[in-house]
Design a protein around this ligand. Structure first.
Ligand code: 5GP
Ligand code: ZN
Length: 150
């Protein structure tokens, strides 16, 4: 397996590891967007969030939650942007799930999640809501998809 994050998980190549559990490793990004830019990865090699087993996803986001405060505080940040490039079309360069935690400051020159998008949405919101509820209902049991806003 040639995956760079698998190699970091197995400690075959160096990384500035900041946390490790039975399911997850967190380390500093080698090309940080800001001081304290952390990547949180599951030990399991899966490309996208939806490929993770529920327990793997739980473990991943549990560590993200745990690190968000300490990472921010360690570099005197005012907040964090937490994001996942989920699939090659989104700009994901390494096909092993990784959650970016990037510390932020007032007027740091970076945008919000909204600034990624040129705002191209053409379809009726109710129609899209119906489609997604149907897809969620088919894909899962145990999630209440409700009936929409009516
Ligand atoms: P992506 O664009 O796939 O969401 O982000 C991949 C991230 O992994 C990039 O921010 C990049 O700087 C980081 N990265 C790539 N190779 C390495 C590496 O060998 N070590 C570390 N620590 N980070 C890496
Ligand atoms: Zn991998």
């Amino acid at each position: 397996m040639d995956c760079i994050f698998c190699r970091i998980v197995r400690a075959e190549i160096p990384a500035e590891v900041v946390a490790r559990t039975d399911d997850v490793v967190a380390f500093l990004d080698v090309q940080p967007l800001a001081d304290g830019h952390v990547l949180v990865v599951p030990l399991a090699h899966e490309a996208c969030v939806e490929d993770l087993e529920p327990a793997q996803a739980d473990a991943l986001f549990r560590v993200v939650r745990l690190l968000a405060g300490p990472v921010r505080e360690a570099v005197d940040g005012a907040g964090t942007t937490i994001g996942v490039n989920n699939g090659t079309a989104t700009g994901q360069t390494i096909p092993h799930v990784h959650v970016h935690i990037v510390p932020r400051w007032q007027n740091d020159g970076a945008g919000s999640v909204h600034t990624i998008f040129p705002r191209k949405a053409y379809r009726d919101v109710k129609e899209v809501g119906t489609l997604i509820r149907a897809a969620v209902a088919e894909a899962s049991s145990g999630i209440d998809v409700g009936r929409g806003a009516d």
